[in-house]
Design a protein around this ligand. Sequence first.
Ligand code: HEC
Ligand code: HEC
Ligand code: HEC
Ligand code: HEC
Ligand code: HEC
Length: 500
Amino acid sequence: MKRAIALAVLCTAAMLACEAGGVTDAGLPTEEHEGAGTGATEDMLPELFEDRTLFPTEFADPQQDCVECHEQHVQEWEISNHAYAQKDPVYLAMVKAGQAATGGKLGQFCVQCHTPTGLANDLTPVVELDDGTFMQDFSQLDEIGQQGVSCDVCHTMSEVVEPVNARMAMTPDGNKRGGIVDPIDTDAHGSVYSELHKSPEMCGSCHAVVNPKGALIEETFGEYARSSAAERGETCQTCHMPAYTGRATPDAPERELHRHTFVGVDVSLLPPDEFPGYDTMRELTTELLRSSAEFSARYAEDSGRVELAIENKAGHALPSGATAERQMWVEILVRDADDNVVFESGTLDAGDDVRDGIHGEQPGTDPQLIYFGQQMIDIEGFADMNDAEKATARERASENCISIALGAVKPDSGLMPVTFPWQASWQCNYLIEPDETAQAGYDLPELPAGDYVADIRLLFRTFPPYFLRELEAVADLDPEVKTRLPTVEMAAERLSFSVR
Ligand code: HEC
Ligand code: HEC
Ligand code: HEC
Ligand code: HEC
Ligand code: HEC
């Protein structure tokens, strides 16, 4: 009996043509599906709904079904972002905002990666409320569905059709697929060696997100594919599931095992007692971030410039993933001998926002801001263009991206900065490509002769406060979430110099 569950599907990752035809990729219906409620869901995921005999399918509960034998794996996974994926308050607020803003057309797009088991069991319907607005109903989600990317999501995975938009199949046939070539027998499950689980494509199935308009929301897999890490044969697992020696179960032989904490940059923003590993994850992500860039600064006497070099040591862009939310920037404070600040950049406004060219309370007041991340954009008239026109418009859009400190897009270019992924038809990237070193710097103002000290810090945070405030306004995000957001100091340097 074949019980493969194909998640998402539809359009190929030639992806830029995703919106062609009536049904768009992965859950977002086009205009033809006006009034999308639960009914439209079926149109959006034809393969999933073709064979209803697949459902309901039982997936395992890690705490009940695995912990007895794989305690170490469960303890590591339960503090990971995979366990957090469907509990993440920012994610839940975004889904709420997105379903409301698109009249339910967001459909099952988000859950295909954030709770694949919930989707497979049809527990995440999009419903129309009495007042005509739409929401995604998560109240039916079982304990397992709430566990996001749980053990069985990965260990029943049998095929990746294409490493983008959850184009993968899960086969919950009682076998656990993994990387052990000669597993000892157990009554609990069949154990199957799977080459897929050694591959980056397995992770790429979710770690590459393209929205139905063709905007590249997350590009981690593609960035990795062009890195020297990939060339050297390192995989996502090499860095994010480091190997150690131990026993997979108490009575199994000692062998090479792999960490399941999946450390990245994200930490739980729930209250410490509502999601485990609050402090541990903050320590682990800080450690990883500090290892991910080589930072150096110098004062160039001849030009009066402070020059920086930031080398990306990760296996993909820095930052990567949900780059529209990630913020990596440089803070500099130059002081004279009397401790007066004579130059500053990367310092925050009253709302704790970086003073880039668009957001916050003092946009554009920091023209030399050095910032890494992404600005999502929409292109004027995009919806009415044919495919060829869209391709041209995207190419032109990339050429019209400018520094985020100066507004992100050239004025009169027909490009509009947008906040949420469902609004975007393209993106302006300010990332450090894999293996690259960003060269940047500041032209200091003309300074009187004397001694100066420059304190320079490379900083990182996972969300900008303006973004969280927007979610508070449109989707009732708890304002307390903001207060738990850490800013990580990735590197710091102090330069002393004299002006003669
Ligand atoms: C009764 C004990 C027991 C339980 C319960 C159990 N397992 Fe296992 N599992 C084992 C043993 C034994 C092995 C083989 C370990 C070895 O040879 O080192 C194994 C191996 C595995 C492997 C590796 C397969 C391979 O070939 O690479 C995975 C993945 C796995 N288990 C997942 C799970 C998950 C997920 C659960 C919960 C749904 C679970 N196991 C529950 C005993 C158990
Ligand atoms: C050479 C080691 C290395 C490899 C290979 C690697 N990563 Fe990373 N990854 C890192 C480091 C270091 C960071 C922290 C810096 C950053 O955010 O880029 C990171 C961060 C991340 C993040 C959080 C990114 C962000 O800024 O929000 C994700 C998600 C991620 N990696 C997934 C992957 C996936 C998926 C693959 C394989 C396609 C992969 N990584 C391959 C080292 C690696
Ligand atoms: C995001 C995907 C993912 C999730 C979620 C996940 N695993 Fe794994 N797991 C893997 C991969 C990939 C490997 C193989 C790594 C390798 O061999 O390089 C693996 C390996 C294993 C192994 C074999 C021993 C080892 O450490 O290599 C066991 C046992 C296991 N996982 C159990 C679990 C359990 C139990 C859970 C849930 C608590 C879980 N996994 C959640 C991806 C995942
Ligand atoms: C079924 C989809 C899926 C698969 C498969 C998957 N991931 Fe993830 N991963 C996610 C989601 C969703 C999140 C973010 C959850 C959140 O924070 O809301 C995530 C988060 C992460 C993070 C933390 C990112 C951060 O910013 O801190 C890392 C690291 C990561 N995954 C690595 C991997 C690796 C390595 C693999 C392959 C072995 C893998 N993932 C496979 C969906 C997936
Ligand atoms: C194809 C898989 C996929 C889809 C579809 C998807 N996500 Fe994610 N999501 C991920 C992965 C992988 C990560 C981890 C990336 C990282 O940490 O940088 C993530 C991280 C996140 C995070 C936490 C990190 C951050 O900075 O935003 C939020 C919030 C989120 N997603 C919201 C959504 C929403 C809302 C949707 C639907 C509009 C969605 N996602 C659709 C895979 C997906």
